[in-house]
Write a protein that binds this ligand. Structure first.
Ligand code: MN
Length: 480
């Protein structure tokens, strides 16, 4: 995407003077001048593509600029000071956020661990815009993955499937989620992907005619109304079909997969009006009607859902929503993450914090038990958590100031009770010293060793303290 196209695209939704964008574009182009991608293309084409995706999301100027510059600090000799000087604190922080995430090495394959990784990712990012840039980066890298060596393809696809696809779903970015899933699916299970894609193609060619007839019927009835609307066919998410097949242990032929269409209209009132008309023409399936407009999902998704029987006897799933709701369903949080273009509130920082807080609450409510939610809320939000690795790559979240003993008790009370020392990043660390985020900590235990009374004074977590106290009490050594 050439500079002028980029500026035009930005100008379509923002009145801000794009001085920063122009500067970022030229700076990045120059900085990456001598670098090439695996495809043989200029490296800068990647930065262009990432900013193009961010413009699709209608992100604010700082974010688009950071998209252009996101690999500059990591991959070119430009120093942190130079960068800050050129682009200021805000763009610098966005780029640093992306760089930090890139440095996290995702290694575990278990679901529970993936959950911790996603938390860590969010905590590391600090600003949700960092995640959105990272997702744009990942979409482009996935779509050009065919140029990478085979083992890299597998590794990156695996990371995308277990980390970034669920993350985009959490953030309500369904479009992105399907894209990331289907691309990963293609590299991780190439045979299954090919055969399923072919079968889906055949099924949908057959069904297209049915769908056309249905649309025609519908349009005839709606022609008399004054309601503005457009009809969209729904994109298919191959991986979600595959997952259904695996889960239900059924071949593709036996997977129920109703025809689906989407009606987009101009207002909430029109949504309900359309729904009424649809139900008056076609017989709705009992219990299929769901009102996500009155009761939106946690990730902000809104729509009316119903399933009706077409004259051909086929079931058709219909979703009715406004343009705005449709945008939200495609872009999720990104659609809500818009500064008022041109007139940022005086205390932009406060706004940012409040929005961030809101997103956290929504995100956390979606995933956590209430107790866990309150705890994460208290600690994560203050950003006073650190993340410590076991030698096998598991992550534990601990409060700032946590010691190797807190880490030992976080693994298991027996590990804590018999702890005699700790190796951090391969060096011995005293048990009362503080761990830092990213440390790899190995706990050394001795079988008959027991907790010391003075441990209580320096451990940080309630968990460690109560285990130590309980042991001492039960063995009659407390208070002596
Ligand atoms: Mn990149």
């Amino acid at each position: 995407m050439e500079l002028q196209d980029l500026l035009d695209k930005f100008g379509k939704y923002s009145k801000q003077k794009p001085v920063l964008l122009k500067k970022a574009y030229e700076f990045s182009q120059k900085a990456h001048l001598n670098q090439k991608r695996f495809s043989g293309e200029m490296y800068f084409t990647h930065c262009q593509a990432v900013s193009d995706i961010l413009l699709d999301f209608k992100m604010d100027m700082q974010t688009v600029a950071a998209g252009l510059l996101h690999d500059v600090i990591e991959d070119t000799p430009i120093t942190h000071e130079e960068f800050k000087e050129e682009f200021g604190e805000e763009v610098y922080n966005l780029v640093i956020g992306v760089t930090k995430i890139a440095a996290l090495k995702f290694s575990s394959h278990s679901d529970a661990q993936a959950e911790n990784w996603r938390k860590m990712l969010l905590a590391t990012a600090r600003d949700i815009r960092v995640i959105i840039i990272k997702l744009a980066d990942r979409i482009h890298n996935m779509s050009t993955l065919n140029y990478m060596p085979k083992e890299k393809q597998i590794e990156i696809s695996h990371e995308t499937l277990s980390l970034y696809a669920p993350l985009s779903q959490r953030l309500g970015m369904f479009n992105i989620k399907s894209q990331l899933e289907d691309l990963s699916f293609k590299y991780l299970f190439p045979d299954e992907y090919k055969s399923l894609a072919a079968k889906v193609q055949i099924r949908y060619t057959k069904r297209e005619k049915l769908l056309e007839e249905f649309k025609h019927d519908l349009e005839e009835h709606l022609a008399e109304t004054q309601i503005a609307y457009r009809v969209l066919s729904r994109a298919k998410n191959l991986y979600s079909i595959y997952r259904k097949m695996m889960k239900q242990n059924l071949p593709f032929e036996d997977i129920e997969d109703a025809l689906g269409i989407r009606l987009i209209t101009d207002s909430v009132a029109s949504c309900y009006a359309l729904m009424g008309i649809v139900h008056s023409i076609f017989k709705p399936v009992t219990g299929s009607f769901t009102d996500y407009i009155a009761v939106p999902k946690m990730n902000l998704y809104q729509s009316l859902h119903t399933t009706v029987m077409a004259p051909s006897g086929e079931f058709v799933e219909i979703q009715i929503r406004t343009e705005e709701m449709n945008k939200t369903s495609e872009y999720g949080i990104a659609a809500h993450w818009r500064y008022k273009m041109g007139d940022r509130a005086k205390d932009a920082h406060l706004n940012e914090k409040l929005d961030w807080l809101k997103q956290w609450i929504e995100w956390l409510q979606d995933i956590s038990s209430p107790r866990e939610f309150i705890e994460s809320f208290k600690t994560d939000l203050e950003l006073d958590q650190i993340f410590i690795f076991t030698p096998t790559g598991e992550v534990k979240a601990l409060p700032v100031g946590a010691t190797p003993l807190d880490f030992a008790y976080a693994i298991h009370s027996d590990i804590g009770n018999t702890c005699i020392g700790a190796k951090v990043n391969n060096k011995m660390l005293r048990l009362d010293q503080n761990l830092k985020s990213g440390d790899v900590c190995e706990i050394i235990t001795r079988k008959k060793s027991i907790p010391k009374k003075d441990w209580i004074a320096f451990v940080k977590t309630a968990r460690a303290r109560s285990h130590i106290k309980r042991f001492l009490r039960e063995n009659g050594t407390l208070g002596k």
